[in-house]
Design a binder for this molecule. Structure first.
Ligand SMILES: Cc1cc2nc3c(=O)[nH]c(=O)nc-3n(C[C@H](O)[C@H](O)[C@H](O)COP(=O)(O)OP(=O)(O)OC[C@H]3O[C@@H](n4cnc5c(N)ncnc54)[C@H](O)[C@@H]3O)c2cc1C
Length: 400
């Protein structure tokens, strides 16, 4: 029997990679819930920060961009940098892309992946099925990688939960549950600021707590972007242009520089269109650092070190940690322990070679887990343009 390639993940990266592999004539089985991160782990009513030009999944043939979807769905075309994409439209785009280019998607979980002694990989599905794949692409995106800083963990003895004192932003879809309640949102990135705005608009009393002075800031609107710098999907700047269109040399940078850039480039900054909805509606406490969090009195309270050096306590009915995601191979528990031990890693992230292959031949990573090898563009949908064709070419040459 012909062994297929297994693609684990049906978000933007998994779907785009699968489309490229199929276009090369490879037998592919694709697993996952289409667009689930966007449907269940981001707030309803969210608008995308990325522009329409940076929000299409790369496809092997024309006719599958976000704008093509708008035309097919009979909705206004989203094309200019001033067009803002509602998350619901983006989910519709992802499902349309999947139905057209990745039919026969299998909506099951892969529970384990292990190497086979004679070559290839053995996968187990939560349906109980066992099968052998010639190669595996891990495109599991944000799943299981939500990060709760240790200083907040004291108020979340059983881990973050939406109904407990502390949750992670990925655990909320409907923010109207906070109507009439006091809410603290920790973070200064788009996710924190947009979560705060949506909760405030739903009737919550919201305070954003951000670490570092001047951290709550908003980007410039498209018409104020500097004209003499090259355009990139993230705005006009030489650094963004290089990181967006030339991720190949990124792998050759020193380890420390690579990890630093992934964290810092395109770091916390609210979208230009969020400023008016935020200012005057959400309170902000900029603090030096968060010392600890407690939930002893039934209400969570966080102790912060203010910029003047004094400590203060901030309490609310609930704290949402909009503190992002950390790639950690140890958290990818569907990879067998022996496989994880064999993987070359750098600070918990897989070290990838040309074509997104890991140190285990036949095992590929794309999307967020590839960011420490290929740069911050891998954290965003537009990273599919660079990643998917290269990964498919490498995999077809090595295992076709
Ligand atoms: C609040 C928020 C806003 C964002 N806004 C933007 C934006 O405006 N523009 C942008 O470009 N990026 C944005 N991002 C980043 C964006 O989420 C990622 O770029 C994108 O979702 C990554 O796609 P992915 O395919 O790698 O993973 P995901 O979209 O996370 O998909 C993961 C897939 O893996 C599957 N899966 C996981 N584990 C298994 C398993 N064991 N077995 C089978 N399937 C499995 C899931 O079912 C799912 O299908 C945002 C992120 C957040 C958190």
């Amino acid at each position: 029997m012909i062994q297929p390639v297994a693609v684990i993940g049906a978000g933007p990266f998994g779907l785009s990679t699968a489309a490229h592999l199929r276009a090369r004539g490879l037998p592919v089985r694709v697993f996952g819930e289409p667009m689930i991160s966007w449907r269940d782990h981001m707030p309803a009513g969210m608008l995308l920060k990325s522009t329409p030009a940076a929000s299409s999944f790369d496809a092997p043939q024309p006719g599958h961009t976000l704008a093509d979807y708008c035309t097919a769905a009979g909705i206004p075309r989203l094309v200019t940098d001033e067009d803002i994409i509602p998350v619901e439209t983006f989910i519709g785009y992802g499902e349309w892309f999947q139905q057209k280019l990745v039919p026969r998607l299998e909506r099951v979980r892969v529970v384990s992946v292990d190497r086979r002694p004679g070559g290839g990989f053995e996968l187990k599905l939560d349906s109980g099925e066992l099968f052998t794949a010639r190669a595996v692409v891990v495109a599991t995106g944000l799943s299981g990688l939500a990060h709760l800083p240790p200083e907040l963990a004291g108020a979340a003895a059983d881990g973050p939960t939406p109904t407990g004192p502390v949750s992670h932003s990925s655990q909320h879809h409907d923010l109207s549950r906070f109507k009439g309640r006091e809410l603290i949102v920790v973070g200064a990135g788009q996710s924190a600021l947009e979560t705060a705005v949506l909760a405030a608009e739903a009737g919550a009393d919201v305070r954003v707590v951000s670490r570092g002075r001047g951290r709550v800031a908003f980007g410039a609107p498209p018409w104020q972007q500097p004209k003499l710098r090259p355009e990139s999907p993230f705005g006009r700047a030489w650094s963004l242009w290089a990181l967006s269109y030339y991720p190949q040399p990124y792998r050759r940078l020193p380890e420390g520089a690579r990890h630093y850039l992934v964290r810092r480039v395109l770091g916390p900054l609210g979208a230009w269109w969020l400023r008016d909805r935020f200012e005057g509606k959400v309170r902000v406490s900029e603090v030096d650092r968060i010392v600890r969090a407690d939930a002893g009195a039934g209400r969570p309270a966080i102790t912060v070190l203010a910029s003047g050096g004094e400590t203060r306590e901030l309490a609310a009915d609930h704290v949402i940690a909009a503190t992002g995601y950390r790639v950690d191979i140890a958290a990818m528990d569907f990879l067998a322990p022996e496989l994880r031990t064999r993987l070359a890693v750098s600070r918990g992230t897989p070290k990838l070679g040309a074509g997104y292959v890991s140190s285990v031949p036949g095992l590929y990573f794309t999307g967020l887990p590839a960011a420490s090898s290929y740069g911050p563009v891998m954290r965003f949908v537009c990273g599919t343009e660079f990643a998917s064709p290269r990964l498919a070419r490498h995999l077809a040459a090595a295992h076709g």
